[in-house]
Design a protein around this ligand. Structure first.
Ligand SMILES: Nc1ncnc2c1ncn2[C@@H]1O[C@H](COP(=O)(O)OP(=O)(O)OP(=O)(O)O)[C@@H](O)[C@H]1O
Length: 129
């Protein structure tokens, strides 16, 4: 889960599946991490479904429960899509114009916070060499 905040209201058009309507300086986005090789090898199954409109369905084995956020990114979404569509790219532009901006990752260990903030390791490596 990512809280995205800037010193000026973000436009709702920055966010796919906008559910709020009112402009806000804080947006909450969820990115689903794909199952990793360990999880796949032990036969784990995904329990999340992303039908759009900022909604995520969590299946507890018996029924779906729906939760709504400003944006939801399913497991197949690229880093580019996440940064572009949840407004992070625009925050970088605002930051260079002097606005205070924050992107805050929240989730259990291994859920993908570092990956989402910094990008895939291959991308990080290409900047550090
Ligand atoms: N969207 C994604 N697509 C592919 N792999 C991912 C994705 N998100 C995370 N991963 C992989 O899952 C693993 C855990 O991700 P990451 O290190 O970002 O978790 P974290 O939430 O920062 O964990 P911690 O809180 O323990 O630091 C890493 O190997 C990372 O490459």
């Amino acid at each position: 889960m990512f809280l995205i905040s800037s010193g000026e209201p973000l436009e709702s058009g920055d966010v796919r599946g906008d559910a709020g309507g009112d402009e806000s300086s804080v947006l909450v986005a969820v990115r689903v991490r794909p199952l990793n090789s360990t999880e796949r090898s032990q036969g784990d199954q995904g329990v999340l479904c992303c039908p759009g409109q900022g909604t995520i369905l969590v299946n507890n084995g018996a029924q779906d429960r729906a939760f709504t956020f400003d944006a939801v990114f399913e497991a197949g979404c690229s880093q580019h899509e996440v940064f572009e569509q949840c407004g992070v790219k625009r925050l970088i532009d605002l930051a260079t114009d002097g606005f205070s901006c924050t992107v805050f990752g929240f989730g259990q260990t291994g859920s993908g916070k570092t990956y989402t903030i910094t990008g895939p390791q291959s991308l990080v490596s290409s900047f550090s060499t």
